[in-house]
Structure formats: C-alpha cells, structure tokens
Ligand binder design. Structure first.
Ligand code: SF4
Length: 402
C-alpha cells in the first residue's frame, strides 16, 4: 500500500452531453480545445518539475471523451508526460475512447489507433453502456450498436488486447432481461475487463428534470440489486474475477490505475477539475476554464482546494476504498495508511494492527459486529470485507468508518 504513483489527465470534452451525465464535460465543438491541450502540457511540465520527475506506474487519460481531441493534441500531451516523468517499464497507460469518436472512416480510425499505440497507450476503456439502439438513444449517447461492433473490430485489429467496456444497468423502463441481454452482447466482444454501473439520476441532468416531471422513474432498489447479483453471477460464470464492487476482470487484467486509488497510492491529477493525492495532500483543480487558463499563464498550479490528510483521514479513506475490493482491507494496510500521516499517534504503532485498528474505531465496533452477525460483513484476524449481500448496503457499512 502507498508505494506506487499514477497520473490522471482530465479531458473535459464530449461530442454531446448524455442525458444522465454529471461529469465535468462540455460540448467539444464550442469549447477551447486547442488552448486547453496547450495548458495541460504546461501543467504536466510544472508538476513533473515540482515533484522531481518521479517514477510513474500508471497513466489514465479520462474525461469527458479524450478521443475527441486531435491526434496531434494528444501526442503533445503524452510527449510531455514522457519528458516530465519517468514512466516505468510495463506501466499501464489507458485512454478512454467513446464509440463513434475514433473516426468515421476505417482508415482514419486505424490511423488514430495506430497513433495511440505509438503514444504508449496499452489499454483502452470504452463507454459502451448498452447494446440496444433505443436505450442508447434514450441515454443520449451518440453511438449505435453498429458503431460499437465496428470500433471493437478495429481496436482488436490494431492489437489492443487490454480493453475495458463500461455497461450501465437499471436504466428507467429497462427490464432485468434487457440488462442481461446487453451483457450477453458485450460478452461476445470478449473484453478483458468490464465495469458495470447502475444508473444514478444526478441533480441538474436532463434525467433529473424528467424524473421531477414524472416522465421517468428510477428502477426500484430491490430490482436494481437483483439485476446486479445476476450480472455478478453471469460474469463469474464467464470467467471474470469480481474484484471490486463494479469491476470485473479476466485473470491478470485488473485495472492497475483504479487499484492505485483503492490502495491509497499517490496520483497526480492534471487538467480541469482533476483531483490528486500526493505526499499525503489531497488537492482539486478548478473547474472553471478561465481560472484554469489564468493560473497556467501566471505560472501557478490551478488548484482551488487543498487538504493535508490527518491520520484519521488516511485510515478512514483506506477502509472506505478498501471495502470496495473483494479482498477487503487488512488491519495491517489500514494501520499503514494511518501511520503515514504526520499527526499519527505513534503509541499505536507498538500495538498489534488489529488492536490498534479497533482502538481507533472503538465506537464503530458494536455496529460492525452486528453487520457481521447478519452475514453482511466478514471480520477476522486479518481485517474486514463486505460479503456480496453486504455490497447492497455498502454505503451504510462504510459510513461506520468515516
Ligand atoms: S460521454 Fe461520458 S462524460 Fe461525455 S457526456 Fe456522456 S456520460 Fe458524460
């Protein structure tokens, strides 16, 4: 825990906003893409210099839709990453690419994929969401199932053999059978990794307005959980490890970058609205383009919030994120996160990790044991983990440790 380092680069542009989207992204056509790519290059150079050009284990370019940037803009960004940091041999380097954004003609798309390979990308994450045309349209996605088929064909032809496909379930008016049909179609692509998310209706989105007017309604919790467990069972049967609440991977293909967040490792956030966790400090960049460009022009970091984690923050976050993984969190890793903060109570270091852990979470112990007696949480001499039933109420269980 805490020994690796990653970089996250945010590209806040999409062809069009999806109806459920609460991510920081703007329509590409009317956004300052060129100026942004140039500013990101400068921020990368500055961070690299500030941190002394450290070793990097993972890079994740996400969004938004990074594949809407021109190849030359992405090349400049990745070139700067290579100059500012020491990318370790075998580093996982991911780009998010939505279907129908890689080029209209096969030749253009093949060239773009080739360029991504030259830039060092070795993992691709695609927002498929559904394989049903009506549902894709309802979600506000710009692609069709045919686009996905074609894109996946070219992705494989260009030699990308570490691919994640995102799938969404519990879309209003979707039945359990619809979701399972989507999953079967996605499985036909034989992706190395699948992320399955249940649709959450977020404030300020077109879906939230539609829900308010009674046009749509959320899928009831019980049905949502039932679909989730069916998906988990089917993916296990298809040979995927269910290694985190929403993530499934073939052996050897767990997302290294996401694991870094869940392990409380350092990650450097670059770009509009990006968050980072470096040397015990959490920071968040501004989400305002003008502020972002101004800070970069003035030679500052575009950071709007900074927080030095206390020892309790560290252990609380370690438990919170650790419980998302099927392996859960060990007392040893939790205490390791605790002891890394400057204000840690050094006396606890002389105790056994299990004892020290429960001394910190003394008030949570009784309730945690109650969850354990109901088969929702496993507690043993090594640590704790959620059971599959416990995942259904993960937020309540995790909140005991906040
Ligand atoms: S593609 Fe993703 S980031 Fe872009 S609008 Fe849709 S959900 Fe949001």
């Amino acid at each position: 825990m805490g020994n690796r380092r990653g970089i996250y680069i945010h590209i806040p542009f999409c062809v069009r906003k999806c109806n459920y989207c609460a991510f920081l992204s703007f329509e590409a056509e009317t956004s300052p893409r060129t100026e942004y790519a140039e500013a990101v290059v400068k921020e990368i150079a500055r961070r690299g210099e500030e941190l002394g050009h450290p070793d990097i284990d993972t890079i994740y370019v996400g969004g938004g839709t990074p594949s809407v940037l021109d190849v030359s803009q992405m090349r400049d960004i990745m070139h700067e990453v290579g100059k500012a940091f020491r990318i370790k041999e075998g580093a996982e380097i991911t780009i998010e690419a939505n279907p129908a954004t890689l080029g209209r003609k096969d030749g253009v798309m093949l060239a773009k994929m080739q360029a991504y390979k030259y830039m060092g990308f070795n993992r691709l994450s695609m927002g498929v969401q559904s394989m049903d045309n009506d549902r894709l349209h309802f979600l506000g996605r710009i692609h069709t199932p045919e686009n996905i088929e074609r894109d996946m064909d070219i992705v494989r032809r260009k030699g990308f053999y570490n691919v994640n496909l995102d799938m969404m379930f519990s879309v209003p008016s979707e039945s359990k059978e619809d979701a399972m049909e989507d999953l079967e179609k996605i499985l036909r692509f034989d992706p190395e990794h699948i992320s399955c998310y249940s649709l959450q209706i977020e404030e300020g989105t077109p879906f939230a307005a539609m829900m308010e007017s009674g046009e749509i309604s959320e899928i009831p919790d019980e049905e949502d959980r039932d679909t989730y467990h069916k998906i988990c069972a089917r993916l296990r049967e298809a040979g995927y490890e269910h290694y985190e609440i929403s993530n499934f991977a073939k052996a050897g293909y767990r997302s290294q970058h996401n694991s870094l967040y869940w392990n409380m490792d350092d990650y450097i956030g670059i770009g509009l609205g990006a968050s980072g966790f470096v040397n015990g400090v959490r920071y968040k960049n501004t989400s305002d383009f003008d502020e972002y460009f101004k800070a970069i022009d003035e030679g500052r970091f575009p950071v709007e919030e900074e927080h030095v984690n206390t020892a309790f923050d560290n252990i609380s976050e370690a438990v919170f994120t650790g419980l998302r993984r099927v392996e859960g969190i060990t007392y040893e890793d939790a205490m390791d996160a605790y002891m890394r903060a400057k204000d840690a109570d050094l006396f606890l270091d002389s105790k056994k990790p299990e004892e020290a852990f429960w001394e910190i979470f003394e008030e949570a112990k009784e309730e945690a044991e109650d969850y354990a007696s109901r088969g929702l949480l496993m507690i043993d001499g090594n640590g704790l983990r959620l059971t599959e039933q416990g995942i259904d109420i993960s937020n309540s269980i995790m909140s005991l440790f906040v």
